[in-house]
Design a protein around this ligand. Structure first.
Ligand code: CTP
Length: 396
């Protein structure tokens, strides 16, 4: 599965660098081509000679060699690689990756990557638990990098807690799963919606909801990384990091989302409606700002088109239709009703009663129902991980 894959291994200055030679050796045994790049500090923990010998390639740690005048091209390395793995990664390097501080060869290569990037942090537990480290990890994840979370255990300081770099065997297993999934959706066409819609009341006011769009974007990015041709229809949300190659269609209202979706619907194989579409829209949008002339104000609303229901009524054999249900009570019962009434293949249930689930959070906790009943119950995880679970199930 990994045979012939071109892997860049980046090493930074942590005691966990003693594990990197094992990782390099395993990748070589799997038939990968490996190029190791090192920060100056990492050389105090593991020697370039060991890594050059094991990887069967010279190690690069300087942008150019003063003696030979030779320049090491990080851009070429970024194009060459099928994947980059940075292991171990210190708190210092995490911060540089987040901010693009390209003061060593490892960071220039990271910034030049055109391939999937895996990051395996390693540090003492207090550094790992510091809000700045947690924030940096979240930001790197939102950039589309794959974070290999450190394990809990005994640390070099003698303390015990999270911070141990993941074991090379596990990192190899993560690689195998990743490359196994990589072409799983190639040739498949996918339509995903994300974020809220907004319904205008007058030129300065609207009605909307708290959806961030994170779940839909994570699903779109995951589908893209599995080789799908992805169209993402997004309502107005904060700027989100959408992977390259995804066709993004920006809309504002439920009506616009309906039109954008129906245009794509006939040609797609998978549809995931993760958007929080408004159920009601004002009967009339005022042309001028409503003035404060009355004690009470009421606005009349009429219902919007239920996009998912419409698709369920007209879907063709082979099309997989997935809805979301955000519930606050009688969760499973309500989700099952939606699954049936909208003629869905799957419904992803998230409950606002679960901490770390639903709107606005970077994490989610979901269950998946099919016409056969509840087929998955997950834990609280980053939305990127939840997206993987959803795709694993619906693309079986
Ligand atoms: N949905 C849709 N079009 C709408 C409303 C909802 O396509 N006008 C989709 C959502 O994207 C989601 C699913 O239907 O995938 C369920 O949405 P939800 O708001 O949970 O349920 P509703 O059917 O709107 O019912 P209720 O608001 O009463 O729970």
């Amino acid at each position: 599965m990994l045979k012939g894959k071109k892997i860049v291994v980046g090493v930074t200055g942590s005691i966990a660098a003693y594990k990197t030679p094992f990782l390099v050796r395993m990748l070589i045994k799997e038939g990968c081509e490996v190029r190791v790049i090192m920060t100056p500090a990492s050389k105090s923990f593991v020697t370039p000679l060991s890594l050059a010998t094991l990887s069967r390639n010279p190690v690069i740690s300087e942008p150019f060699s003063a003696s030979s005048g030779e320049w090491s091209n990080h851009v070429e390395l970024g194009i060459w690689a099928d994947a980059m793995i940075f292991a171990p990664v210190t708190a210092n390097t995490l911060g540089k990756m987040v901010n693009g501080i390209a003061d060593n060869f490892v960071i220039t290569a990271y910034l030049s990557a055109k391939c999937p990037v895996f990051i395996a942090p390693a540090m003492d537990l207090d550094m790992f638990n510091h809000p700045s480290t947690r924030k940096n990890i979240d930001i790197l994840r939102s950039y589309g990098n794959f974070i290999i979370e450190p394990q809990i255990g005994e640390l070099a300081s003698g303390l015990s807690g999270p911070g141990r770099m993941e074991e090379p065997e596990k990192i190899l297993a993560i690689f195998k799963t990743f490359f196994g999934r990589q072409n799983q959706l190639s040739g498949r066409k996918v339509l995903i919606t994300a974020g809220p819609t907004i319904e205008r009341i007058d030129p300065v006011r609207y009605i909307s909801n708290f959806s961030s769009g994170l779940m839909g974007v994570a699903l779109a990015n995951e589908a893209r990384s599995r080789g799908a041709d992805v169209t993402l229809v997004t309502g107005p949300s904060h700027p989100l990091t959408v992977a390259g190659g995804i066709k993004e269609v920006k809309v504002e209202s439920a009506e616009q989302m309906f039109k954008a979706c129906m245009k794509e619907f006939p040609r797609v194989d998978y549809i995931i409606m993760a958007a929080a579409v408004a159920d009601y829209t004002p009967v009339k949008t005022e042309g001028n700002k409503i003035k404060k002339t009355r004690e009470n104000l009421s606005v009349d609303f009429h219902s919007t088109t239920d996009i998912l229901k419409k698709m369920g009524q007209t879907k063709k054999a082979g099309q997989v239709l997935v809805g979301f249900a955000l519930e606050t009570e009688n969760e499973f019962e309500n989700a099952e009703k939606k699954l049936k009434s909208k003629n869905l293949d799957y419904i992803v249930l998230n409950s606002l009663r679960n901490k770390g689930a639903g709107f606005g959070t970077p994490t989610n906790k979901i269950s998946i129902l099919s016409p056969d009943g509840v087929i998955h119950k997950g834990n609280v995880k980053p939305k990127e991980e939840v997206a993987k679970d959803i795709w694993d199930i619906i693309s079986k």
